[in-house]
Design a protein around this ligand. Structure first.
Ligand code: NAP
Length: 297
């Protein structure tokens, strides 16, 4: 028997996107400024191309302009850095998204750091990470920001709960742990060298799975009544958690697809409009609705 309630990321993201579209229109009407996201794709990885296309389509639906830069897989770090700096200097571009991952020979960190922090709407720069870690205003890493927003929407009080994060990547595991901490959860990080993983997962009131391995988390690892966020997305619509088994045990569960994925894009769009507003002068700042998480003590 299925017991878990599903956290409907598609529905929550749709509501967020409506607000974002309203704000983009207000900005356009007040100033003539059209919020614009530049996407940068390096190489010909088909899934990356699909993700970028999806983000551009969502931009269009929200009345946000998008500019697409597609570079060959042979692009050097220096060439990529130069291209991103040019976008950083372009006043018509308000947000920049470099699609991860880039080909192995490129220094991805150097490329991310070429993004002007004021345009870092994907929350990938050291500046954004530090602001998030200190609980200061700044752009959030989109998937972690989307996860926290979804938990908020479902009324999950994280204070004092034990949150276990599987994965410590700079774009997902690490920042989502920081945001859970900012919400006063007690956070345990697990990674490929963690010993006794199943026992740690069994203690989780809240589990965020971001390992990148299909159905890695088994149903019998989970604490009954746990809240499960499955950030994974794999061929055939599978997540990082065995969804069918988790649905029997969890109290709340993000489905795959339709859980974390749409929330990631919703945060990206909201932050693009935040960036456009901030770059359009103090007179229009009241168009912005703050979507960011603050430390609550
Ligand atoms: P990643 O960079 O590959 O990181 C995976 C993490 O999992 C690493 O920290 C790794 O540990 C850990 N790990 C690997 N094998 C493990 C094991 N056997 N036991 C415990 N930990 C293990 O992946 P990512 O970019 O964070 O993405 C994670 C997942 O989220 C993927 O399924 C991806 O498709 C999905 N994702 C979804 C969205 C979305 O919008 N829905 C966005 C981004 C990513 P080490 O650090 O020790 O190597």
């Amino acid at each position: 028997m299925t017991t878990a309630n599903l956290m409907d990321g598609t529905a929550v993201a749709a509501r967020m996107n409506e607000t974002t579209a309203d704000r983009a229109r207000e900005l356009r009407e007040a100033t003539g400024v059209e919020a614009c996201l530049a996407t940068v794709l390096v190489g010909d990885d088909p899934s990356s191309a699909t993700y970028v296309r999806m983000k551009q389509n969502r931009c269009r639906k929200a009345g946000i302009a998008s500019r697409s830069l597609v570079l060959p897989a042979s692009t050097t770090t220096a060439e990529l850095v130069a291209a991103i700096r040019e976008l950083s200097d372009d006043p018509a571009v308000h947000g920049i998204l470099l699609q991860h991952p880039v080909p192995d020979h490129i220094d991805e960190r150097a490329a991310f750091e070429a993004i002007d922090p004021a345009k870092d709407v994907d929350g990938v720069t050291m500046h954004s990470f530090a602001a998030m870690a200190f609980g200061l205003p700044g752009f959030q890493s989109c998937t972690p920001g989307g996860i926290i927003r979804l938990l908020d929407e479902y009324g999950v009080d994280l204070a004092g709960r034990h949150a276990v994060v599987l994965g410590r990547s700079p774009i997902l595991g690490k920042p989502v742990g920081m945001l859970l901490l900012a919400k006063n959860a007690t956070v345990t990080y697990c990674h490929s060298r963690t010993q006794g993983l199943a026992e740690l997962v069994a203690q989780a009131d809240v589990l965020v799975a971001a390992v990148g391995k299909p159905e890695f988390v088994k149903g019998d690892w989970l604490k009954p009544g746990a809240i499960i966020v499955d950030a994974g997305y794999h061929e055939g619509g599978r997540g990082d958690v065995d969804q069918a088994a988790a649905a029997e045990v969890a109290s709340l569960l993000t489905p795959v697809p339709g859980g974390v994925g749409p929330m990631t894009i919703a945060v990206l769009l909201a932050q693009t409009v935040d960036a456009a507003v901030a770059q359009s002068g103090p007179g229009v700042r009241d168009v912005a609705v703050d979507t960011r998480v603050r430390v609550s003590k």
